[in-house]
Design a protein around this ligand. Sequence first.
Ligand SMILES: Cc1cc2nc3c(=O)[nH]c(=O)nc-3n(C[C@H](O)[C@H](O)[C@H](O)COP(=O)(O)OP(=O)(O)OC[C@H]3O[C@@H](n4cnc5c(N)ncnc54)[C@H](O)[C@@H]3O)c2cc1C
Length: 383
Amino acid sequence: MEFTPEQEMLRESVRAFAAKEMPDGFAREWDIKGEPPLETYQRFADAGFMGVGIPEQYGGQGGGIVEVAIVLHELSRAMMSFAIMVYRSAIHASGGLQIYGTEEQRERFLPGIASGQYKFCFSLSEPDAGSDAFNLKCRAVRDGDQYVVNGTKMWNSFARHADYVLLATRTSDEPKKQDGITFFVVDLSSPGIEITPVETIGERASGTNMVAYTDVRVPAANILGTEGQGHRNLQANLERERFSSLPINLGPMEAILEEAIEYANTREQFGQAIGRFQAIQHMLADVAVDVNIARTLTWDLARRIAAGEQCALEVSMAKLWISEAMMRASYTGMQVMGGYGYTLDSNMQLHWRNARLGTIGAGSSEIQRNIIARQIGVGRNPS
Ligand SMILES: Cc1cc2nc3c(=O)[nH]c(=O)nc-3n(C[C@H](O)[C@H](O)[C@H](O)COP(=O)(O)OP(=O)(O)OC[C@H]3O[C@@H](n4cnc5c(N)ncnc54)[C@H](O)[C@@H]3O)c2cc1C
């Protein structure tokens, strides 16, 4: 894909920010701490990057999905977890507010996202509602001009450090479980919210949490989208959400290839660089093929979504493919680096741990295959 001079400039400035603020070792350091680098997040926002994808009238820099993808790609090369934190606000919140929020909500929240004042997270999953997400039970009951929320949410990334959560609740029981779902923007400092960290093997900097809601009062004005239509609202932004897995995986895949090539060309065994062994050359040739496909898919889909094309099927296919390609790349990268790749001093082990979530989160590989199979008509009732 051809980028405009402005898009190239954006890419260079995000890359320069990441090189200065997230040097080698930075991602590993915050991963081990299990904490997000919030001061860096604020400097990122101060540089104007959180405003990418937000119209100027709401304090943003303008730009659309291509520009947001450029930001996520460059950030994720340096630190995948940081890109995922940004994605929660830039795609889930900012995208949701722009696509199905009210004008009052856009004016209330978008400038805060652009300035870094408001950090968002997203909460759909529950202990008994994972892949079957619309089986959710967290309940919101109207009481005057407020709703009272009770329930438990699971796997909520970044909830301990975010200011707001986009919360999926059930506001009515309907014959179809995807009906009766309502999204709220909930202030995470509200009384009645208890956040318990969950230890994970990857994505540790943004943190994963269980969040319990006990009689939490939320203004009715904080309903995002239409009451009872959360499923449809979610669908409206789903393509952009799933698409984001492409730039977020492309960045680390490129970093894996570069690091593994550098290592293969310098590490000597049997009197020569291991990169001179054909076995190693072929492994890295395969990663290079995957990186090339990932690049083509990412920018082709970015262009098509920006042009308003419906590409839900292609986005599901691409999400499925890239999450598995990222696992292959990190597995191979570690194999090439031998024991060093397995140590905590190496980036490769972090790529490998982070990669594992890709085929589980945001619709597992099995769920993507179900969606694809349905769309291509396999298994349908004979007519
Ligand atoms: C680190 C981490 C961070 C997360 N962050 C968030 C977040 O911020 N917000 C949020 O809402 N959620 C988040 N999630 C939840 C994530 O989206 C779910 O883990 C995911 O949807 C899968 O649900 P589950 O873990 O309950 O697995 P289950 O749904 O129990 O699935 C278990 C296995 O069964 C398979 N399976 C289930 N149903 C089918 C089927 N119909 N056909 C074939 N196979 C099937 C699955 O593919 C999987 O292999 C996060 C998860 C993790 C691990």
